[in-house]
Each structure stands twice: as structure tokens, then as C-alpha cells.
Design a protein around this ligand. Structure first.
Ligand SMILES: [Zn+2]
Ligand SMILES: [Zn+2]
Length: 164
């Protein structure tokens, strides 16, 4: 969707609200099995002393797969949005700013970019996922496997002490 900002470009203090669904077709990640609800975004573009800023939130629900242990897990993402928008063609090179096409802001581009930039390099079912044993393939989140590495000798001493 394109958002028409003609009414606020020249008027400090004015705002244009938006609310839209984000096309998931461009949001294809190996770690995301499916989006379980439409991705929605809402917010507004405001003109503050001549500076245009888009603020809002993006909401996504998805089923992911853990890069470390292979488990599937549900994930809800509520992403706060805050990006600069410029009507100045000379500022085109600034990667922090989204340029207008005439009076129009390409909302799809803004929302898709924010979503992609927020995706972590690694998809983990939980931050401390223990992963799979390299030798037997057991899921170490469920407990240690039979071939777990021998304890550090110092720890072994401690364990003996604790056993008493
Ligand atoms: Zn995991
Ligand atoms: Zn093992």
C-alpha cells in the first residue's frame, strides 16, 4: 500500500494514520515454517517541525524451527516501528531515511524492511537452547545423553564433595 502524505508534508504538527496487512510473500525465512496469522501494522506518520517520522507497531505470529535443536516453536513478534521519512530527493542516499515517491510513501517497503532487519541471524527455541549431541543426536534440552563429555577433573572433585 502507498500512503499519501501530501496533506502533512508542508504542515508541522499534522499526522496521517495507517493500518495495514503486510504481504508475507516477501518475508521468506528458512527458520519460519509459516505465518499463523496475518502480519498487521498500524501507526502514523507525523510531521514534527518539518521532520517526517513513521511510528507504530508491527504484529506477527509464526511457527518457527530452531536452528540448534530442530524443534518447532510458536513465536509472537511485536515490533515497535520508528523510521525517518524524507520528501527531499537530495537525501536519497541516506540509508536511515525512506524516500517518498512524489507524495507517496511505500508502506510495504518500510514494513518489510523493518521486519527483515529485526530478524535474528539465528532462530532459537529459547536463548539457552542446548542443541543436539554431536555424537548421538540426542536433544540435550531433554537431559544429558549417555555420551556426554567427561567432567572437568576439578568439577569431578566438587561433585564428590557434594555427594557426601
Ligand atoms: Zn532449540
Ligand atoms: Zn550423545
Amino acid at each position: 500500500m502507498k500512503l499519501n502524505l501530501r496533506d502533512i508534508i508542508e504542515i508541522p504538527g499534522s499526522r496521517v494514520p495507517f493500518s495495514q496487512e503486510v504481504d508475507t510473500e516477501l518475508l521468506d525465512f528458512p527458520s519460519v515454517l509459516e505465518y499463523t496469522a496475518p502480519i498487521t501494522a498500524e501507526g502514523e506518520v507525523t510531521n514534527t517541525a518539518g521532520i517526517l517520522t513513521l511510528t507504530g507497531t508491527l504484529h506477527a505470529e509464526m511457527r518457527c524451527v530452531c536452528d540448534r535443536c530442530g524443534a518447532e516453536f510458536a513465536r509472537v513478534k511485536d515490533l515497535p516501528l520508528r523510521v525517518g521519512v524524507t520528501a527531499d530527493p537530495a537525501a536519497d542516499d541516506d540509508p536511515e531515511l525512506f524516500p517518498l515517491e512524489g507524495d507517496m510513501l511505500d508502506l510495504d517497503e518500510v514494513l518489510t524492511t523493518c521486519f527483515v532487519l529485526d530478524m535474528e541471524a539465528k532462530s532459537l527455541c529459547r536463548p539457552d537452547c542446548a542443541g543436539l549431541c554431536e555424537q548421538c543426536g540426542a536433544n540435550l534440552n531433554l537431559g544429558p545423553c549417555a555420551c556426554r563429555k567427561p567432567l572437568d577433573p576439578r568439577l569431578a572433585v566438587l561433585e564428590q564433595l557434594l555427594d557426601k
